[in-house]
Design a binder for this molecule. Structure first.
Ligand code: AMP
Ligand code: MG
Length: 602
């Protein structure tokens, strides 16, 4: 099914705007698709009785038509209109877990469109506990068919920003209700037979369900236990997958896992920050356990780096692991690692809460591989590992004909309001600042704009602005750029150098910049010789690349240096070639420049 943009932009509705939520409900009843928050993940809702509206949802998601949608309700009294029979087993689970992160599969009533259930004679029913979802569903009045609001195959969205990322222009509106509490989709339980069968694990665990049943006979579906072909439609498809490859790093046997009783808690996520000071306070045994958990990440990262010095690695891990990395202070490892820290390392509810956003965040950093913390416990760990192993493509047999989606161009997202904003600046230096360094300044600025917005790597609520400028060691002030270079830069970037006037590099300019990059080695050398006190922030392209372990070898295995000759006086082709070479270099160095400055993309 061809995906078609229906709107210029998707409307973002504030969860406090009651009038707008009412209007969104009215639009839903009139056949529109609305994104809404729930305590599990965000959903794409439509009127479950309207086949055309349901088709729009499948189209917006790019979802195969044989994968059914779940019917959402705002009031338990609606269940009897959706299903033909509520068995005693179903009633027990409804009484025990609704509203909450559970979907109960029952025999469907005729009023539910066949598109909703993908032609099955059963229907999944769910009543979210999220207050905004509840209010919206009550305003809708009709049963709302809704899958997760991600593009098919991608990690599910647990924030409105991610819904916009996947759905902007494809759906009418999305209600922003903040972060989803659990972060993993609902537990799907088939109640059409004698025993309840868990088709998809979630925050309501097998033990939770058994605890309300006399016989304690809850079964995991064969597909989940690795048996035969999947029974629940949709389970055969590739799922939750970021663009980067995902590898699971196992938790050492015997590690005590916490947060497993997610359903019993009020869902508050404690995002503890474990600091270097904390590390010093640990007993030997505790420190040993920590190193045990961290070392598989470190070993695997070093292995990846030894195979490919350009590899960029994302870590989805706990706060203690980041602290071990900080303590280790391996510059190369750090330069190639992007962190997404979910909270306390052993807390599976934190890890579940942050998983999908974490995978998306690391994807935006354009890492090649994501190493994600595995959990070997029961309960919520089962749901977490179910999503993670699908994201890692480990279950290749479950993903017929569904290749990883190609990485799309970044779409500009609505900028969040930040508590604070920090800034950093990069200075490009050459000799006369009329050609090479000016070219770098303009190309870098374009790259910065293309990748906006940024946050401070350590603090998600702090915005980051990155600037760049250029200067020349022997430059005269106020000269215009070399017209040949101007033309070349225009040709490769669409932007000329007409706003860049030359100026002499001096200590005041060095002071304002956090990173100083020179085109040639001897220029960096000249700066550090004159001003040894700033040597830590001065690099040539070559030394900056080398300090990040970016070693390039020619076909005979010899290390290549980055020498970009000055094209002055040569023909236009040489200028063009030079501008292209600088662009290629900046593209390689860009993620390392961000990392050096302390910025992350969002
Ligand atoms: P999503 O909408 O992305 O959360 O996915 C919904 C999932 O719920 C499907 O992929 C199925 O695994 C499951 N599901 C929904 N309805 C049924 C049903 N009638 N029978 C079995 N599984 C269902
Ligand atoms: Mg889904």
């Amino acid at each position: 099914m061809e995906r078609e943009k229906r709107y210029k932009n998707t409307i973002l509705i504030d969860s406090g705007d009651d009038k707008a939520i009412k209007e969104a409900a009215e639009h839903l009843r009139n056949g529109e698709v609305i994104g809404f928050p729930t305590e599990t993940v965000y959903g794409l809702g439509c009127d479950a009785g309207n086949g055309d509206a349901v088709r729009k949802v499948f189209e917006a998601k790019g979802r195969p038509a044989d994968n059914p949608l779940i019917c959402h309700i705002g009031d338990k009294s609606q269940i009897k209109d959706i299903v033909s029979e509520i068995t005693p087993l179903a009633q027990t689970l409804i009484d025990a877990f609704m509203p909450g992160p559970i979907t109960i599969v029952m025999k469907k009533a005729d009023s539910i469109s066949a598109q909703t259930t993908a032609g099955l004679d059963t229907v999944g029913v769910r009543m979210p506990s999220h207050p905004v979802a509840n209010k919206f569903l009550k305003y809708c009045g009709v049963p709302v068919a809704a899958p997760s609001a991600n593009l098919s195959g991608r990690p599910s969205p647990t924030g409105a920003r991610s819904v916009i990322e996947d759905m902007d222009g494809y759906i009418y509106a999305v209600i922003d209700g903040g972060d989803s509490e659990y972060g993993l989709e609902s537990t799907v339980v088939d109640c059409t037979g004698k025993d309840p069968v868990i088709l998809r694990p979630g925050a309501v665990t097998k033990a939770d369900i058994d605890s309300v049943l006399k016989n304690k006979n809850t079964v995991m579906s064969d597909a989940l236990t690795g048996g035969e072909t999947p029974k629940a439609p949709g389970m055969k498809y590739r799922h939750y997958a970021p663009y980067a490859q995902v590898e699971i790093i196992d938790m050492p046997e015997g590690t005590k896992i916490t947060g497993d009783d997610a359903i019993g808690t009020d869902g508050k996520i404690e995002n503890s920050r474990f600091t270097l000071e904390d590390l010093k306070k640990l007993s030997d045994d505790e420190a040993k356990e920590l190193v045990n958990i961290a070392s598989p990440f470190i070993l695997r990262s070093r292995e990846l780096l030894s195979k490919n010095p350009f590899v960029r690695i994302g870590l989805y891990c706990g706060t203690e692991i980041k602290t071990v990395y900080d303590k280790l202070n391996d510059k190369l490892l750090s330069a190639h690692t992007e962190f997404c820290v979910y909270g306390k390392t052993t807390d599976v509810s934190c890890a579940s809460h942050g998983l999908f956003e974490g995978l998306r965040f690391l994807d935006v950093q354009e890492v090649d591989v994501i190493l994600a913390q595995g959990f070997n416990g029961e309960g919520l760990s089962v749901a977490y590992m179910n999503r993670l192993s699908k994201a890692s493509g480990k279950k290749e047999e479950l993903t017929p004909g569904m290749p990883a989606p190609a990485r799309p161009a970044r779409t500009p997202l609505p900028i969040d309001a930040f508590k604070d904003t920090v800034t950093a600046s990069v200075l490009f230096v050459d000799d006369n600042n009329t050609s090479l360094s000016s070219c770098c300044e303009v190309l870098m600025r374009q790259m910065i704009e293309k990748n906006e917005p940024y946050i401070s790597g350590d603090y998600a609520d702090t915005g980051f602005e990155l600037y760049c400028e250029s200067a020349g060691l022997t430059a005269m002030d106020g000269l215009g750029a070399d017209p040949q270079m101007d033309k070349a830069v225009k040709e490769i970037s669409g932007r000329g150098l007409n706003n860049v006037e030359s100026r002499r590099a001096d200590p005041a300019i060095y002071d304002c910049n956090d990173l100083i990059l020179t085109v040639r080695d001897e220029q960096a050398f000249a700066i550090t010789k004159a001003f040894p006190e700033i040597k830590d922030k001065v690099f040539s392209f070559s030394t900056f690349a080398a300090s990040n372990g970016l070693v390039m070898k020619d076909s005979s295995g010899r290390v290549m240096s980055i020498s970009v000759p000055d094209p002055t006086g040569e023909n236009y082709e040489t200028y063009l070639h030079t501008a292209k070479a600088l662009k290629a270099w900046l593209e390689v160095l860009f993620p390392y420049i961000l990392k050096y400055a302390g910025a992350s993309r969002i």
